[in-house]
Design a protein around this ligand. Structure first.
Ligand SMILES: *Cc1c(COP(=O)(O)O)cnc(C)c1O
Length: 391
């Protein structure tokens, strides 16, 4: 299985079949498991074998299939699934940190990721935020007591691409664990482990589900990190993925590669078509040559991804007129969906941030984030350009 290419792993890795030989992965919708004897129950609590389960908060056969498939795709020894992407981010960080530890993180993060860092600060973890695209800032911030570095390989929503290989080298020089939130790279374009990431985190809610149905998350890492560091924290604090949601994610993975490649192709077409539009101050897309980290994006993803960020002229008023004039593209805050979705981060996902922090992160009043779906790209370009006419 380790020799299989990603597209084969997406379909087959981690599959378990019951005595019925079912073709489609079974949903084991059960919280608990029955033991043959009291002795067997005791033995299982001492050591749980690979095909043995105790309680769905600890593990479940359907969830295990999703975990093993994701570990195979990312190239890690193991993985642990969570109830949401944020449970994965929170678990990956909190499970390994204690008061007095130091964390360095890129400042351009999803609003909830920033909030998790704030919580860690409340519990005595020192957090230093840096401009993730500036390697000198990483070098200056990392020190002997740095336990972890945390970054989004492509930042939400400003699409800064972080040089994972160089940041990992800087972090590993002081023995820090490199935790990468890889949502925007998607498993299709992820090379995070090869670039030096120790822990790769996804919100499965996004491209892995791909149809906007279920919340889910996953942490992929070494067997030691998953079983000795993360699992004890997660199984006792309760952010377990539901077996039904794990099944939806398994089905999502089967079509992930086709979807993501089409979405990325459409995103590039849209970025090119909108570039230079008179109502737009900026088109930000890592797949365009003028993107500040275009070369890094091509090296570490081989694609610009599925999200295009636009800066509409005339600030929030212009952005709102644009959003309200769209007919196909829906106003919402998810991404990676088959349906194209547009978000105004300054008033929604990043509303909570103070104005200075928004400005520092480039989340301007005119900024909108477009998650490109699976509609015909010509229809999308038509809808976007027509709506820009209303600005
Ligand atoms: C959506 C998102 C998350 C959170 O995932 P949920 O499944 O919504 O909890 C974390 N990081 C990034 C980059 C995201 O886009």
């Amino acid at each position: 299985m380790t020799e299989w290419k990603t597209r084969t792993k997406l379909i087959h890795a981690g599959a378990r079949r019951s005595q019925y030989g079912e073709m489609s992965e079974a949903i084991f919708l059960t919280q608990g498991f029955v033991y043959d004897s009291a002795e067997q129950a005791e033995a299982r609590f001492i050591e749980t074998g690979p095909d043995e389960f105790i309680y769905a908060r600890y593990g479940n056969p359907t969830v295990r299939m999703f975990e093993e498939r994701m570990a195979a795709i990312e190239g890690t020894e193991d993985a642990f699934a969570t109830a949401s992407g944020m449970a994965a981010v929170n678990g990956a960080l909190t499970a390994m940190l204690k008061a007095g530890d130091h964390v360095v993180a890129a400042r351009a993060l999803f609003g909830s990721c920033l909030y998790v860092l704030e919580i860690l600060g409340r519990f005595g973890v020192e957090v230093t935020l840096v401009d993730g695209t500036d390697l000198d800032q990483w070098r200056a911030a990392v020190r002997a007591g740095t336990k972890a570095v945390f970054l989004e390989s492509v930042s939400n929503p400003t699409l800064e691409v972080i040089d994972v290989r160089s940041v990992a080298e800087i972090a590993h020089a002081v023995g820090a664990t490199v935790i990468v939130d890889n949502v925007f790279a998607t498993p299709t374009y992820s090379k995070a482990v090869a670039l030096g990431a120790d822990v790769v985190v996804y919100s499965a809610t996004k491209h892995i589900d791909g149809s906007g149905r279920c919340l889910g998350g996953i942490v992929c890492a070494s067997k030691h990190y998953i079983r000795k560091v993360l699992e004890p924290y997660l199984k006792h604090t309760g952010a377990a993925l539901s077996p039904f949601n794990a099944w939806v994610m398994l089905k999502g993975l089967e079509t992930l590669d086709l979807r993501v490649r089409q979405q990325a192709d459409s995103a590039l077409q849209i970025a090119r078509a909108l570039k230079g539009h008179e109502k737009l101050a900026r088109v930000v897309f890592p797949g365009l040559k003028d993107h500040a980290q275009h070369a890094i994006a091509m090296e570490q993803m081989g694609s610009g991804g599925t999200v295009v960020t636009l800066e509409v002229r005339d600030g929030q008023a212009g952005a709102f007129r644009f959003l309200n004039a769209l007919e196909i593209v829906l106003i919402s805050n998810n991404l990676g969906d088959a349906k194209s979705i547009i978000t105004h981060p300054a008033t929604t996902t990043h509303q909570r941030l103070p104005a200075e922090q928004k400005a520092l992160l480039g989340i301007t009043p005119g900024l909108v984030r477009l998650s490109v779906g699976l509609e015909d790209p010509e229809d999308l370009i038509g809808d976007l350009t027509r709506a820009l006419g209303a600005v």
